[in-house]
Design a protein around this ligand. Structure first.
Ligand code: CTP
Ligand code: CA
Ligand code: CA
Length: 505
């Protein structure tokens, strides 16, 4: 039996996120197949297109062959040069949509941990406690009527199951608001911890939520390939695989001593618990980005002219975001990290510089220091395949403008607007490059910019991280070919088997 049954945690993940953003933006019919394309590749496939066999691993040409009526929308390109090597794509549309979604979630739920551009963990424990009223069992059960329930169902006379039911009601309300106010569908998992909630949110996509009662956890672990547990997808999972085990329950056969001998004490405890569905990790409320990254994959820049051009573009982009972040979040980045990949060196190298202090001339000072650092770095050799600049290690500044602080806080329930009157757009030191970065559109208004900045994670880093996800995870995300947006009228019992069968391993 899983512990931590006092807590109720939801994991919410948008369905085919980038594709939905384009559908809403372009007013595309819900049933129309649509993919988001980046150059020849496909980075998001909506559910109608998945139903016709399109996957994220298809090239744009293959998509058209499989599904001639599929709408292909290219991600935004931030340059007059529309060719891949010279142009930089922008994920700003998706960051902005993400910001709006998170603003809504924060309006309704206090403890929210942003896990990526399109997913969040919600700690519903306190809200559940407040909503627990006296109702009869049948009435309580009906509160989970639009959820799929794993295992043998729920017993509303049990405290842990009742908490889950109330958590599912809160999650369902939230999903409905996201749908009605912003137009996006999402899926959710509701469980007693983060790991189980995350597993469940992927089980019945799209537009559905799945509950994980404690009573089903051991049954789930019996059949669950341990690789599906997010934290066991990487190196640790690889080491476990070497033991010749496949399911979480098979890993349960190893006691703590045996696991400690192989993995060390800390990892052993973690593995021991997680394969039993035990996860004590907290939902960490977080809405400010930990770092800001501007990066570009290059096709082998051969000389300083090319590298300097990219350094300037990336530094300008980063600097723009920093200026606004300084105003809105009342803090300053202390470090600047330059990452690069030389053709001759297989790994990415990162070097850290103190961030030049003070805003005056800072962009120029950043550039000068970066260039001098790179010139003195022996491993920096042409051709260069990747450049990334990260502003990190933020320190709070003494607050001098209360209205800006207020601006960041979620608005009160029922009110959709944060106070913005006193927030000024940042002064830009390089209008030419700003124009280039913003493309032909008018600069976004301060509210939009602030929303984006306050919520933004490093989208590029996210894409990189997601790309590194192992094949099992990727095929899981893209193999759930279930379609249709209809909500269930009655509680449904979900078979764990059907989820497990969906994922080719
Ligand atoms: N993404 C990406 N590169 C990847 C994986 C994902 O650019 N290697 C983008 C996708 O375009 C996606 C968003 O990040 O829309 C969120 O990813 P994810 O939740 O994994 O997939 P979804 O497309 O949202 O699909 P699902 O409904 O399965 O969650
Ligand atoms: Ca998603
Ligand atoms: Ca996701």
């Amino acid at each position: 039996m899983a512990i931590c049954e006092d807590r109720v945690i939801a994991h919410v993940d948008l369905d085919a996120f980038y594709a939905q953003v384009e559908m809403v933006r372009l007013g595309v019919d819900e049933e129309a197949p649509l993919c988001v394309q980046q150059w020849e590749g496909v980075i998001a496939v909506n559910y109608p297109a998945r139903k016709r066999g399109v996957t994220r691993f298809d090239k744009a040409g293959e998509v058209k062959k499989k599904c001639p009526e599929c709408i292909l929308v290219h991600v935004e390109v931030l340059s007059e040069e529309q060719e891949q090597p010279k142009a930089k794509v922008s994920l700003a549309r998706y960051r902005e949509a993400s910001a709006r979604i998170f603003k809504l979630i924060l309006r309704e739920i206090e403890r929210v941990e942003r896990a990526s551009i399109d997913e969040a963990y919600l700690d519903l424990t306190d809200m559940v406690k407040k909503r627990r009223g006296i109702r009869d069992n049948d009435e309580n059960l009906s509160r989970a009527s639009d959820s799929i329930i794993l295992g043998e169902g729920l017993d509303p006379s049990r405290k842990d199951d009742l908490s889950l039911i109330i958590g599912s009601e809160i999650t369902s309300d939230l999903r409905r608001m996201i749908r009605e106010e912003l137009g996006y569908t999402c899926s959710a998992g509701v469980a007693h911890n983060k790991t189980l909630a995350k597993l469940a949110s992927a089980m019945n996509k799209p537009n559905c939520q799945t509950l994980v009662p404690n009573s089903c956890v051991q049954g789930l672990m019996e059949k669950l390939p341990f690789r599906k547990i997010r934290q066991l997808g990487g190196k640790l999972g690889g080491e476990l695989e070497a033991l010749g085990v496949e399911t979480a329950a098979q890993v349960q056969c190893y006691n703590l001593e045996e696991l400690s001998r192989r993995f060390g004490q800390k990892d052993a405890h973690f593995v021991f618990d997680i394969v039993r569905g035990i996860d004590r990790s907290e939902v960490v409320p977080r809405s400010k980005p930990k770092s800001m990254l501007a990066a570009k994959s290059l096709s082998g820049e051969q000389d300083w002219d090319g590298v300097n051009r990219w350094l300037r573009m990336l530094a300008s982009e980063l600097h723009d975001r920093m200026l606004f972040d300084e105003e809105v979040n009342v803090r300053e980045a202390r470090n600047l990290v330059i990452s690069f990949k030389s053709g001759s060196v297989p790994r990415t190298t990162s070097k850290t510089l103190p961030m030049p202090r003070g805003q005056s001339n800072r962009l120029e000072r950043m550039l000068k220091e970066m260039q001098s650092l790179l010139r003195n770095t022996p491993s920096f050799s042409f051709p260069i395949d990747f450049l990334g600049l990260t502003a990190t290690n933020f320190e709070d500044k003494p607050a001098d403008n209360e209205s800006i602080n207020k601006f960041l806080k979620p608005s009160a329930p029922g009110s959709h607007q944060a106070p913005i009157e006193k927030v000024q757009a940042s002064k830009n030191e390089n209008p030419g490059i700003k124009k280039w970065l913003l493309g032909p559109k008018a600069p976004p208004d301060p509210e939009k910019q602030a929303e984006e900045l306050s919520q933004e994670t490093a989208d590029f880093l996210l894409a990189k991280k997601l790309q590194r996800d192992d094949d099992i995870e990727a095929s899981r995300q893209y193999s759930t070919g279930k379609s249709g947006r209809a909500q269930l009228k009655k509680p449904r019992r979900g078979t764990i088997d059907s989820f497990l069968q969906k994922a080719p391993d």
